[in-house]
Design a protein around this ligand. Structure first.
Ligand SMILES: [Zn+2]
Length: 211
């Protein structure tokens, strides 16, 4: 039964079905609905298992993202050795403890050592690690490690600020709902002035994280 208001379908990646065991997710969601005391056959819920399966295909696409395809052709040899900063990269992830969203912004900096990466690639790298079941600390480190391995720069720094719905919605530990994590490698770890230059840059004009 097609529902003309089912705009969720438009969000679909064309090849999602090949890459995720959609029927297993649909079955599990149907069982959860029953366990909630719901009737999975009532009109509003009939297609919910399918929608949820498709949603996870999108929200968890980072497992299937090919990092080589992201950076392919976008690494350039340059003599530039000043700090490169990409700040306020919006991201959405799912906490692995509750499978609820945490979201916010990431700030990424590196000091090249002969190679730079096309600027548009850095948000895509953040996205690749965000679209998985995550903890914020690990996601932060993975972005830093990935850039370290890729560019062998003089230093890499990543700061992530996020709000966690699992804290906010459940009404516990609300003071923990907003969290900042960082990973500093190379010059950013060794050199206080370098680290401070980055931190000053990302705090300039920064607004408080809000939903
Ligand atoms: Zn959580």
């Amino acid at each position: 039964m097609e529902n003309s208001l089912d705009f969720d379908d438009a969000m679909l990646e064309p090849d999602w079905a090949d890459k995720l065991d959609s029927s297993a997710i649909e079955k599990a969601v149907r069982e959860m609905l029953v366990a909630f005391g719901e009737d999975p056959e009532r009109e509003g819920l009939q297609r919910t298992p399918l929608r949820v399966a498709r949603m996870y295909a999108e929200l968890l696409a980072g497992y299937r993202t090919d990092p080589d395809a992201i950076v392919n052709g976008a690494i350039f040899n340059v003599k530039y050795d000043e700090m490169v900063i990409v700040r306020d990269i919006e991201f959405y992830s799912l906490c692995e403890h509750h499978m609820l969203p945490f979201m916010g912004r990431a700030h990424v900096a590196y000091i090249p050592n002969g190679q730079v990466l096309g600027l548009s690639k850095i948000p895509r790298i953040v996205d690749m690690f965000a679209r998985r079941l995550q903890v914020q600390e690990r996601m932060t480190r993975q972005v830093a490690d990935f850039l370290s391995d890729l560019l062998k720069p003089q230093g890499v720094a990543v700061v992530v600020e996020a709000m966690h719905l699992c804290s906010m919605m459940r009404g516990v530990k609300k003071h923990d709902a907003r969290m900042t994590t960082s990973a500093m490698h190379g010059a950013f770890r060794a050199n206080l002035a370098t680290r401070q230059e980055f931190l000053d840059n990302i705090s300039r004009g920064a607004t408080t994280l809000k939903i």
